[in-house]
Write a protein that binds this ligand. Structure first.
Ligand SMILES: NC(=O)c1ccc[n+]([C@@H]2O[C@H](COP(=O)([O-])OP(=O)(O)OC[C@H]3O[C@@H](n4cnc5c(N)ncnc54)[C@H](O)[C@@H]3O)[C@@H](O)[C@H]2O)c1
Ligand SMILES: N[C@H](C(=O)O)[C@H](O)COP(=O)(O)O
Length: 329
């Protein structure tokens, strides 16, 4: 079985979703040398079914044969095949077990980066795994104090102060300490991937950054001090920048990274400009993980229609991280 810091571990995601199909489509396009560096954490029957749907002549076995056979760590699912496109508690439980096993392998240094196919958070939680998604789950499984979600694309990247919480709670989380930690985390990541002096824009929260208190005070009270502290540390941070124009400016090349104050502030522009190519990267963890930034797409699962460009981008980013040392400051 492929095992080294260059090995990429791909988790299959929810068996009822598009994960198995996009994995098979990506594997079908890889050359033999790249396939030999892949280990899939998933269910063999689901992958066999998906390979058939997408017409890929792939086989899955404990070890790659350097050609059409892909290495798999097979995880059993009780009670027979899972139907595509439906919430299933067994699928939610399996999604968790694929990831838990991949985390063990990454922690042991058997794989250099985890690439995740999408999970369904409702199924996951129905199965008793109470996480808000991979990012929180990975933090828990690795004993990390905190974790961050960065969405990256060729022309724009965004890191979030908070993600899977209500808008009400997200506003409460707009506090200087968390914002400063988010800026530092994004800065470290960009330096790791080769941006020598990242230009970081910190989005405001309120319309026009509150217009001097007319539309809210969080921008002046909490965001501005965090930006000032980051600058004092030598980070090229800017803001608060009015949230309605910051993404246009970043997309036009003015900034390398935007700090979004909450999930949809960052996700909406990213999915508008890079739905097919955006990569979700987990930060703040002792292991590396990249992911597609789309979901389980139950409406098309099992039809072979799902686009795998996003999976290709997540794998390419993982290969980049697996060969790049971490930056500590
Ligand atoms: N990385 C992840 O694990 C991840 C990411 C986002 C959402 N989710 C979860 O997925 C579930 C469904 O979420 P949703 O419905 O909001 O978003 P979704 O991304 O699953 O679907 C939104 C729309 O995009 C389409 N779509 C998604 N991926 C596609 C692909 N590869 N090719 C072509 N079309 C595609 C779908 O058909 C649908 O019309 C939820 O449980 C959500 O939490 C998981
Ligand atoms: N907000 C994420 C996205 O759209 O990409 C998604 O829900 C996945 O979250 P995790 O990476 O925590 O599973």
């Amino acid at each position: 079985m492929a095992s080294s810091s260059r090995t990429i571990g791909i988790t299959m995601g929810d068996p009822a979703g598009v994960g198995p199909e996009i994995i098979c489509k990506s594997l079908a396009e890889m050359d033999a040398a790249d396939r030999a560096t892949i280990r899939v954490f998933g269910n063999r029957d689901s992958l066999k079914a998906a390979a058939k749907i997408v017409g890929a002549p792939l086989k899955f076995a404990p070890a790659s044969d350097g050609a059409d056979t892909i290495a798999i760590e097979h995880v059993e699912i009780d009670g027979g095949p899972i139907a595509f496109g439906k919430i299933d508690t067994r699928a939610g439980d399996a999604s968790f077990r694929f990831i838990a096993r991949a985390v063990e392998a990454a922690t042991a240094g058997e794989i250099g980066c985890i690439v995740t196919a999408p999970i369904n958070k409702e199924a996951l939680n129905l199965a008793g795994h109470h996480y808000d998604g991979h990012t929180g789950m990975l933090a828990h499984l690795t004993g990390s104090r905190s974790s961050w979600m960065l969405l990256a694309s060729e022309r724009m990247s965004v890191i979030h102060v908070s993600t899977h919480v209500s808008l009400k709670e997200a506003i409460i989380r707009v506090k200087p300490e968390r914002i400063l930690e988010t800026i530092r985390t994004g800065h470290r990541h960009l330096r790791r991937i080769g941006v020598a002096n990242p230009r970081i824009a910190v989005a405001g929260l309120n319309p026009h950054c509150g217009e001097n208190g007319l539309f809210g005070t969080e921008d002046d009270e909490f965001i501005a001090p965090a930006v000032a502290s980051a600058k004092a540390e030598g980070i090229d941070a800017h803001g608060p920048v009015p949230p309605d124009t910051v993404f246009h400016r970043a997309y036009s090349g003015a900034f390398d990274l935007v700090v979004a104050q909450y999930h949809d502030q960052g996700h909406i522009p990213m999915k508008l400009v890079a739905f097919d190519s955006g990569v979700n990267i987990s930060l703040g963890l002792p292991i590396d993980r990249t992911s597609v930034d789309h979901g389980t797409a139950f409406d098309i699962a099992g039809t072979g229609k799902a686009n795998h460009v996003n999976m290709n981008a997540a794998i390419a980013y993982a290969r980049k991280l697996a060969g790049t040392p971490r930056v500590t400051a």
